[in-house]
Design a protein around this ligand. Structure first.
Ligand code: TLP
Length: 350
């Protein structure tokens, strides 16, 4: 990658090893169950997460949608964070396609949903109410700044779900970053969940794809839902080959991105007009101070002229910088120098 792109880890390109594996991948028609590379990816993912089966899907959004459609019938409720990706950034798919009611509870600054809030959101048995079916959490929690939720917390949510006979889904788009943050195997972060979606195409660098893991019966039904959504893929082994490298190799190096994110946060704290809000895992959140001569959008425009891409969350003034495989210390030094120059440039102009 030539551009320094910190808008997200989704922008990461496949590695040379992935491109080679993709070229050599053995393939078959996956709707017939004939693609050996997809089959291997699904089984390896399931084994690594401690589940029976896996399902290769096009994206994190599709993985979450397929999972929620499988757990919840129309008119039932899913308890979900008010800043969760499923609620905010998945185009309302669970409501539009599944007729599922999101019952939101506040995401706390540490990325958790408070257990008492979840408990209060669970409906009693009353003909007026929709039935509660599911609890979902997100790990790492994106909008809270990439915070990793600890294994003990996840297990307390699993216990609560079990106590009330509810299903428990984890949007683990960046679960390997959470696992790196706590230095635990991913299986420890998902114990007690009924399903997990995780992404191969974020910091793990695969070009496309996510995997849903769950019980054999759950995945069989999820496969039907994937088909219904037009997600039955054919010679998808070309993509799964990159996914296998993501799963087995790239998942082991994420602490490097976290060290770089800490270095990035330190570097940004030396830049006038910037306030570093937080750094968790591979995310750094930054605000422009009131002294800043222009908006975050204008800053992004000026950096783009210098070959550096940054952005915030849709419709929010805050800047989010995300480290990944293609962001090195040198890229961070280049960014810091460019920021100082861009902000200073305007002051001179004024
Ligand atoms: N998040 C993207 C954007 O959509 C905001 C990003 O750049 O962070 N769950 C979580 C927690 C996510 O952060 C994302 C992507 C998804 C699901 C959806 O994954 P994709 O983009 O593969 O559908």
């Amino acid at each position: 990658m030539n551009t320094i792109d910190l808008r997200s880890d989704t922008v990461s390109h496949p590695t040379p090893a992935m491109r080679e594996a993709m070229a050599k991948a053995e393939v078959g028609d996956d709707v017939y169950g004939d693609d050996p590379t997809v089959n291997q990816l699904e089984q390896d993912a399931a084994d690594m997460f401690g589940f029976e089966a896996g399902l290769f899907v096009a994206s994190g959004t599709q993985g979450n949608l397929v999972s929620l459609l499988t757990h919840c019938e129309r008119g039932t409720e899913a308890i979900i964070g008010d800043k969760s990706h499923i609620f905010r950034y998945e185009a309302g798919g669970i409501a539009a396609v599944g007729g599922i009611m999101p019952h939101t509870v506040p995401v706390q600054p540490d990325g958790t949903l408070r257990l008492q809030d979840i408990r209060a959101a669970i409906r009693g048995d009353n003909q007026h109410f929709p039935r509660t079916r599911l609890i979902t959490i997100e790990n790492t929690q994106n909008a809270a700044g990439g915070v990793a939720l600890p294994p003990q917390y996840v297990q307390s949510v699993a216990a609560l779900a079990k106590e009330h006979g509810l299903k428990f889904h984890i949007d683990g788009a960046r679960i390997f970053n959470a696992a790196a943050a706590y230095d635990v195997p991913v299986a420890e972060l998902v114990r007690g969940a009924d399903s997990v979606t995780f992404c191969l195409s974020k910091a793990l660098c695969a070009p496309v794809g996510s995997v849903v893991v769950g019980s054999r019966a759950f995945i069989a039904e999820a496969r039907r839902k994937r088909k219904m959504l037009g997600g039955g893929m054919r010679q998808a082994g070309v993509l799964a080959a990159a996914g296998l490298i993501a799963l087995h190799e790239m998942s082991k190096r994420l602490h490097e991105d976290h060290v770089n994110a800490a270095y990035l946060a330190d570097s940004l704290s030396t830049v006038p007009h910037l306030h570093v809000v937080s750094q968790h895992t591979n995310f750094v959140l930054v605000d422009l101070t009131p002294s800043a001569p222009f908006s975050a959008d204008e800053l992004a425009r000026r950096l783009k002229l210098r070959g550096i891409l940054i952005s915030g969350y849709p419709n929010e003034p805050r800047i989010r910088l995300v480290t990944h495989y293609w962001i090195t210390r040198e890229s961070i030094d280049t960014l810091t120098a460019a920021l100082k120059e861009a902000l200073n440039e305007v002051q001179i102009a004024q």
